[in-house]
Design a protein around this ligand. Structure first.
Ligand SMILES: [Cu+2]
Length: 476
């Protein structure tokens, strides 16, 4: 009797609020200290999140970390874990935390040092994104051992019936021998039935994990219609997997949709579809070249959990005679200049003689500069309350991330948590998002998740107009 063991692969699925880029990057102040936080969440739940905290101004003596669920907060949480200083680096601390449930979590980070103590909160999605398999060799070995055990058990039944009541030295009768063979057959059937039942039970557990506990974003369907000589993008999300929680705005919008032409990534729009109801959203489309596009829609649930929904859509030749901007913060660009041959594109010419430059990628940061024709830093106005917005998209469309100078987290979910903490404890609880912006450089805390070719769009506002620079980067 052979045992079939279920296979074997690590199965990475569509990841969290960002696609293919599960790590969380955050820079912000904890009281008097500037911290850079990187969280590597587990891919199965319960699982351990790895947290590393770097003190950017180097006068922190101790860091402690604490996971808090969105609904229970620090009330249901254990006591904070001290993070360990990393040997050879006086400003770096690491810790591991167990995430026990799926859903929105917040990691409270407390820094202590000569200037007193301060704390901050980094929201994360606690989601299972992988299905762990058994290595093939290990499965084969266990299967072989199980086969031996089953065989031994059948023989044991046979010998028990044949010889257990036999006085020493006597031969079993013919009848007893036949009886024992019959018992072995019956025994084999019983064992087979038990194994079959076990297999059915295991498949049930596995099915439940895949259907109910493994994270999958809601499906999104995108269609384009023509209405009053304008192209309208209609988005419909199924929320049968969603918890039915209501949506909360992120920088004042319930949905941020990024429309990116595939596979050249040469047309890009950042739109804010209007909510019709919880399932349906729509927006007018600016003039984009015809072709195949991906739509990435970022939404935030009231729990603080963020989601990126993805849809494919084909845009027709734009016969629209006019375009009235549906939302004043909508912006888009098409790449009109011919693609340059160098793979690493580091400067981008913007309207009105401004230039955007990529001035450094490394140390978990991407840095950019916007200068005018004299090389002086441009005066950047807040675009949706932010100094800048960035979108990272891999050329093979397996990675999509939308981030800001404070990092890849949702500011809304951070502030919601702080607000709930105030209500729960009746004590002041303030979290300052990010670090004070520097006028000369735009810093995004981020690392490319794997080697490959990426395009990065950076959006800023100058003289009341949103401008978008784009860069190509080969990560190794
Ligand atoms: Cu943004």
């Amino acid at each position: 009797m052979r045992i079939r063991l279920t296979l074997l692969i690590l199965w990475p699925l569509a990841a969290s609020a960002h696609i293919g880029s599960p790590n969380i990057y955050y820079e912000g102040s904890a009281g008097p200290y500037a911290l850079q936080v990187i969280i590597r969440p587990p891919d199965v739940i319960p699982g351990r999140a790895e947290i590393s905290v770097r003190a950017l101004d180097g006068n922190v003596q101790g860091i402690s970390v604490l996971p808090a669920r969105w609904d229970t907060g620090t009330k249901g949480a254990p006591s904070p874990d001290p993070a360990q200083p990393v040997r050879g680096d006086t400003n770096l601390f690491t810790a591991e935390l167990w995430l026990m449930n799926s859903g929105a979590y917040n990691i409270l980070i407390r820094a202590d040092g000569a200037a007193g103590s301060g704390s901050t909160v980094v929201p994360i999605n606690s989601i299972a994104t992988a299905r762990r398999g058994m290595p093939r060799g290990f499965g084969t070995m266990l299967g072989a051992w199980a086969g031996v055990l089953v065989l031994a058990l059948v023989c044991l039944v046979g010998s028990a019936v044949r010889e257990s009541v036999l006085p020493p030295g006597e031969e079993p009768t013919r009848k007893r021998t036949w009886l024992s063979r019959a018992a072995m057959v019956v025994g084999a059937f019983v064992i087979a039935a038990v194994l079959w039942g076990g297999r059915a039970w295991w498949n049930m557990v596995d099915r439940d994990y895949r259907n109910n506990r493994l994270y999958r974003a809601d499906d999104l369907k995108a269609t384009v219609i023509t209405n009053n000589a304008q192209l309208v993008l209609k988005l419909r999300r199924s929320n049968e997997r969603g918890s039915g929680r209501s949506l909360v705005p992120e920088h004042g919008k319930l949905m941020h949709a990024f429309v990116v032409r595939q596979p050249a990534l040469d047309a890009f729009a950042h739109l804010h579809p209007l909510r019709i109801d919880d399932q349906n959203f729509e927006t007018t489309l600016p003039s984009l070249p015809a072709g195949r596009y991906k739509v990435y829609a970022d939404i935030t649930h009231s729990s603080g959990q963020t989601h990126t929904l993805v849809a494919d859509v084909v845009l027709p030749e734009n016969a629209a005679t006019g375009f009235s901007r549906a939302d004043e913060d909508d912006s888009w660009m098409t790449e009109s200049s011919p693609a340059r041959s160098d793979a690493q594109r580091k400067t981008c010419v913007l309207p009105n003689d401004f230039t955007m430059q990529q001035v450094g990628i490394g140390n978990a940061r991407m840095q950019f500069k916007v200068v005018d024709s004299d090389g002086k830093p441009a005066a950047l106005e807040p675009y949706m309350t932010m100094q800048a917005h960035a979108v990272v998209h891999s050329h093979d469309a397996t990675v999509f991330t939308h981030l800001h100078p404070f990092g890849t987290v949702s500011m809304t979910s951070q502030q919601l948590f702080a607000q709930r903490e105030r209500e729960r404890s009746n004590k002041p609880f303030e979290v300052v998002c990010g670090l004070p912006a520097r006028p000369d450089v735009i810093i995004f805390p981020y690392e490319f998740p794997r080697p490959g070719a990426y395009r990065v769009w950076v959006q800023v506002k100058i003289n009341g107009q949103v401008v978008t620079g784009f860069f190509d980067h080969i990560a190794s």
